[in-house]
Design a binder for this molecule. Structure first.
Ligand code: HGY
Ligand code: MN
Ligand code: MN
Length: 402
């Protein structure tokens, strides 16, 4: 918990936690976590995209590794547990193995991913994409709000020329297990410290814009305006209505940017993001298609230009059944009932599932609050998560030794 507090000090925005990819604050947080990894007996390296990888060897050096971890980057004005908690719980579990001098039949690597939230480049999961072999070279040309490319941001923080080296080799790992705060209220409602994740909702991230004609707020008659802002208002409300009427569907317009941006100037352009999620990919795809159609109809009716770009799309992911059963057994072994729950939030496990079987452990979260500075977990619940992970690793150790 103290380490989570320390990491909160690494931010690009004084007074709140904002730690995007490739920034000095993320590099400094990474240095600190590297020190904690070394203290826990791990060899540490930074890969081409800037992920931190701490490793302890097993007795059988060439054996595939167990991967643990989560992400070190954050959203804007974040809480202190979304991401870092999973890394720190994993480091602690490794420290305990070492303190017991437990010999391991496989290596363990703790991963601190450099980008999961996609705050800076409006993507998601850049760190895990690099490991899972899902990094599209076209990502290198993505630009941030200051027109810095990902390629430029990566130089110095990682190495854009060595991305191929970051990819997991065949048989380099046999599983990825991530602990994470639940970011929802379910575990609190059933009064349990931890739960086992069954799967993760699919997600579409869209970047769209309406283009009209800027003008004088005091002189351009209402019927002569081509104002993109009311058009954006229409689609924001349509997305909300659609999601309210479709069970399980979540739709969020999280950013909206009207330019040139003055109270006495009719906007010339409005850019906005749209995040759409559902556990069933068919429902999500239908919703995205419907919202695109409406966006284009609204533009046509108001004589506006329109852009619609699907920035990222991730299908729903099922956690690996055998690995998830083992995690559930570890929860039982810790003397707790096993609560299975789905994840509405995205996680590095989504992309890692393309390379290795994945499982996830959720930790109870105060009032379900996340992506907010009031995000909270209790020391007791975090202790349970460490116990469960420790138990899980020990059981795998016994099993693989046989
Ligand atoms: O957006 C998400 O679901 C995650 O927190 N990155
Ligand atoms: Mn998050
Ligand atoms: Mn997260």
């Amino acid at each position: 918990m103290g380490r989570c507090d320390s990491l909160a000090a690494f931010t690009e925005e004084p007074g709140r936690i904002t730690r995007p990819y490739g920034t000095p604050s993320l590099a400094a947080a990474r240095d600190t976590v590297a020190r904690w990894m070394r203290d826990a007996g791990m060899d540490v390296r930074v890969d081409a995209i800037g992920n931190l990888r701490g490793r302890i060897e097993g007795s059988d050096r060439p054996a595939p590794a167990l991967l643990l971890g989560s992400h070190l980057d954050s959203v804007r004005d974040a809480g202190r547990y979304d991401g870092p908690l999973g890394i720190l719980v994993a480091i602690e579990a490794v420290a305990r193995l070492r303190a017991r001098q437990q010999s391991l039949p496989f290596p363990i690597e703790v991963l601190a991913f450099a980008d999961e939230e996609g705050l800076r480049f409006q993507t998601t999961y850049l760190g895990s994409c690099a490991l899972a072999g899902a990094f599209d070279p076209a990502f290198l040309e993505l630009t941030d709000g200051d027109d810095v490319t990902l390629r430029e941001a990566m130089a110095g923080f990682g190495n854009p020329h060595a991305l191929a080296d970051a990819v997991l080799r065949p048989n380099e790992a046999f599983a990825y297990v991530e602990a994470h705060i639940e970011q929802g209220p379910y575990l609190e409602s059933v009064d349990l410290p931890v739960g086992v994740v069954t799967g993760i909702s699919g997600q579409s991230r869209i970047l769209a814009s309406f283009k009209g004609v800027a003008g004088h707020a005091g002189t351009v008659a209402m019927d002569l305006r081509r104002d993109p802002l009311p058009a954006a208002a229409e689609i924001v409300l349509s997305a909300e209505n659609l999601a309210r009427q479709t069970p399980g569907l979540l739709a969020t317009v999280g950013t909206i940017d009207a330019t040139p941006g003055a109270s006495n100037v009719i906007a010339g352009q409005v850019r906005f993001s749209l995040d759409v999620r559902h556990p069933d990919d068919a429902v999500r795809n239908d919703a995205v298609r419907g919202l695109e159609r409406q966006t284009r109809e609204i533009a046509a009716a108001r004589a506006l230009g329109v852009e619609w770009r699907v920035a990222r799309e991730h299908p729903a992911v099922h956690c690996d059944a055998p690995l998830t059963s083992r995690l559930a057994e570890a929860v039982s072994a810790a003397g707790l009932p096993v609560e299975l729950l789905p994840s509405g939030a995205g996680h590095d496990a989504v992309v890692m599932s393309e390379a290795v079987p994945v499982a996830m452990l959720f930790v109870r979260c105060g009032e379900g609050v996340s992506h907010h500075p009031a995000e909270s977990v209790t020391t007791n619940d975090v202790a349970v998560a460490i116990d469960v992970l420790d138990e899980f690793i020990s059981a795998l150790t016994d099993e693989r030794r046989q």
